[in-house]
Write a protein that binds this ligand. Sequence first.
Ligand code: HGY
Ligand code: MN
Ligand code: MN
Length: 400
Amino acid sequence: MTLPVQPDRFLADLHKLRSFGASGTGKGVVRRAYTPADLDARDWLAEQIAAAGLTPHFDEMGNLFGLAEGPSLLMGSHSDSQPEGGWLDGALGVIAALEVARAAKEAGGPAVSMVSFQDEEGRFGVTTGSAVWSGHMSQEAADRLTDTDGVTLAEARAVLGDRVAGPVEQGRFTGFMEMHIEQGPWLDAEGDRIGVVSDIVGIRSMMITFEGEQNHAGTTPMHLRKDAFQAMVTFAGRLNERFRNVVTPSTVWTNGHVTLHPNATSVVPGKVTFSMQWRDAETDRLGRMETIIRDTAREVAEETGMAVDFGDMLWLDPVAMDGRLKGALADAAEAVAPGKWREMPSGALHDATNVAQHMPVAMLFVPSIGGISHDFAEDTAEEDLVTGLKVLAGAVARLG
Ligand code: HGY
Ligand code: MN
Ligand code: MN
C-alpha cells in the first residue's frame, strides 16, 4: 500500500506557512509562541485541517491538533520559531503531517491525526506545549514561567481566547512520528538524504545570577570591585576546564542569554543573570555536570564576595525511539533512498521526547544545508524535503 501524498501541495503549504512572520531576511521567520504571527499561522493551519476532513482542536496551551476519528497515529511538530528562526524548524514536521493525514484521509485510511505543539522553542520553557500536554509539567507550573521580558505564560496564552476547546486524551493515539530537519552537519556533509533517529539527547537548563556591587566605573579601584560580569566570565572559563574530564565530544553546554545590570558603559555591573544549558545522551553525565556547575558558581561567588542564586532547573531526560516505528521508517528510507540513509542520534530536542511518556515515538531527519539552524539562513533542498515526505508516508503505509 502507498499513500498518495502530493509533493506540490506539501511544498505550497510549507511556503504559505513561511509567510506568517516572514523575516524579510532570506527564508527566515519570526514566529514566537503566542505572538500575532504565531496565532495567524495556527488559525490558517486550523482551516487547512478542517479542509482535509480532520477536526481542528486547540487545547489550553494552544497546541493545535487535527483529529481523525477513532484510534489514530499522531504526527507533527511545532510551528512557533526561535527569535531569529528558520522556515523549516518545526514547520516541516507540521506540514508533512498535514499532507500525510490529508492523503490518508483521501485514500480511506489509515487514520492519521496531526499536531502543531506550542512553544517548542522555549519562549517560556523547554518544549513547553508538549511538556504540559504530556504531564511532564503542570499547567500551573508552566503558567508561572516568564519570557525574557518578564511576561508570564499565563498572560501570553490568554490571547487564545475562545479558540480553546479543552484537553485532548493521549490514549486516543497509537504512536507519534515527527519529521524534522537535522539541524546539524552530518547528512549534508556526508551525502545521506535521510536520518532515522535512534535517540534524543537529554537537557538541563537554568538561570544563574551573580549579585555583586554596582559602582562608578571611573573611581572604583579594580581590587575593590564586585563586578558581576567578571564573575560570569570567570565561572564560564573555569567550567570549561572542569568539564574536560567529564564530557564526551557530543556533550554541549551554552550560555545563550545574558542580562547585565544596569548594562551601562560607565557603571561596574552589580548583577548578571544568564542561562546555563547543557545536553548529553546520558542522564548520569547530566547529573555530574550539574554538580560541577553549582560547585563552580558557589566557589566563584565566595572568592569574589558575591551572592549567587540558581533558578528552577528545567529538564528532559534522553529518550530512545520505538523499535517498531523506527523499523518502519528505516524500511521506507531504504525503499525511497536506497543506501542513502543512516541511523543517528538527535542532538536537538524535540516534542517527541515528551510524547514518548505516553506512546511509542520515532523521528526522521532530512539534511540541513551547511548544518545551519536557529538562524534565518536555515534551509534544505526541496528535493530532500520531498524525499522525507515520501519516507514518512511510506512508514505510515507500512504500519497500516
Ligand atoms: O533547542 C532545541 O533543541 C529545540 O530546537 N528547541
Ligand atoms: Mn524544532
Ligand atoms: Mn528549534
